[in-house]
Design a binder for this molecule. Structure first.
Ligand SMILES: Cc1ncc(COP(=O)(O)O)c(C=O)c1O
Length: 395
């Protein structure tokens, strides 16, 4: 065996989990992606999707995607920089700029690539990136690619952020980067205080609204809009892979910033544009989010219902107040075993184990969509109670 293969063959954790019958990944869905999906020929309730609007199987969005495929074809075969810009992409950029309320928008081929290509490109050697220790992996990767000085602050801890800001040279650029809703534990960034500190220390702010859009704010515009600070946040990032029921991502910001990024952001320039189908789907999703606030209202109704249900059951759910509900298990093996047992009971949830979180912070992530009925949430609560009791998580 060559050295490379010999070294990697020592990584056997997945095989061990499979042998123990608890491997929880790559479970293939063979149906439409509704609140109820089919896995291995069996119907299960889906509480693992990030499509908070539940639009992923909406016939209007599917039709828009099919129509765009008929008109433009299946791919773009090039970077937006060269041959990969369609008038449809321009239309989507304009629609998002209007929706988010920023001068300009750039579309990347995923949310991951937005964070990678924006965070890495904006600041130079003598500047600073200040980031929350629980920021998404894509922000962390962008920061790793940057030559700037990296200052981590404690999770959503504004004293810690201020201490880091005090370390920065006043005449250098300071970029604060945070998730709006933290993806693992569902808590919300203190964006008002972040903006206040940014003003005090002359810093710039970038907010990742991957889990905020479709959930918070009028028409689902996100946490920054909900708290009235969108105008003071310099860069708002979003993904099309969650509430927009599509694939791709965007950065919404000032023209000076997009002018620079369009010519320097490597994950924008050196990769192909999103497909016509993905573009049309995202466009249609914005239209629906703006026109149908009742979806968002229902999402909040079932979210509050589930939050109360889990608290009354005695589950440890941390400071979440959003449709991302972490159910702390605090043990890798049990987290996997419970995920498997819940699937057998007809409930799909996502396990979150180390290294995504610290080994003592493992959890099951329960996520809601606007298309779940209250009855489906009730069923999930009952099944979770049964399985958690069997594993001694609650009494
Ligand atoms: C907070 C956050 N930012 C960015 C991303 C990346 O988005 P995408 O799926 O479009 O690559 C995710 C997705 O998991 C996320 O949770």
């Amino acid at each position: 065996m060559k050295l490379l293969q010999a070294k990697l063959s020592q990584y056997t954790a997945p095989q061990e989990a499979k042998a123990a019958g608890i491997y929880p990944y790559f479970r293939a869905i063979s149906s439409e992606q509704d609140p109820e999906v089919v896995i291995d020929g069996k119907k299960v309730l889906m509480f693992g999707s990030n499509c908070y609007t539940g639009l992923v199987n909406d016939p209007r969005i599917k039709e828009a995607a099919i129509e765009a495929t008929r008109k433009y074809g299946t791919g773009c075969a090039g970077s937006p920089f060269l041959n990969g810009t369609l008038d449809l992409h321009k239309k989507l950029e304009a629609a998002i700029a209007e929706y988010i309320g920023k001068e300009d928008v750039m579309i990347y081929s995923s949310g991951f690539e937005v964070n990678l290509g924006v965070v890495s490109a904006l600041t130079g050697r003598e500047d600073y990136i200040l980031w929350d220790e629980q920021d998404h992996a894509s922000i962390i990767e962008g920061r790793r690619l940057s030559f700037s000085q990296s200052l981590k602050y404690k999770h959503n801890d504004m004293e810690s952020l201020e201490k880091q800001l005090q370390k920065c040279a006043p005449d250098k650029i300071k970029l604060i980067v945070t998730d709006s809703v933290f993806s693992m534990e569902g808590d919300v960034a203190n964006v008002k205080e972040i903006v206040r500190l940014a003003k005090k220390y002359d810093a710039s702010v970038m907010v990742d609204e991957a889990h905020g859009i479709g959930v918070f704010g009028e028409g689902g515009r996100g946490v920054c809009h909900h708290y009235g600070v969108a105008g003071d946040v310099d860069l708002i990032m979003g993904t099309f892979s969650k509430s927009f029921a599509s694939l791709g991502g965007f950065i919404a910001t000032d023209k000076e910033i997009t002018n620079f990024l369009r010519h320097h952001s490597r994950s924008y320039i050196f990769t192909a544009s999103i497909t016509p189908a993905s573009t049309a789907a995202a466009l249609k999703a914005i239209e629906i989010m703006k026109a149908e606030p009742e979806r968002q209202e229902h999402l909040w109704e079932i979210t509050n219902y589930a939050l109360d249900g889990f608290r009354n059951m005695g589950c440890e759910i941390g400071p979440t107040s959003t449709p991302i509900i972490p159910l702390f298990i605090r043990d890798n093996f049990k987290t996997f075993a419970i995920t498997r047992d819940l699937l057998e009971e007809g409930i799909f949830v996502n396990p979150v184990v180390s290294p995504a979180v610290a080994p003592h912070d493992t959890l099951i992530r329960f996520s809601l969509m606007a298309t779940h009925s209250k009855e489906q949430v009730t069923t999930a609560l009952e099944k979770i109670q049964k399985v958690f009791k069997a594993h001694g998580i609650i009494s």
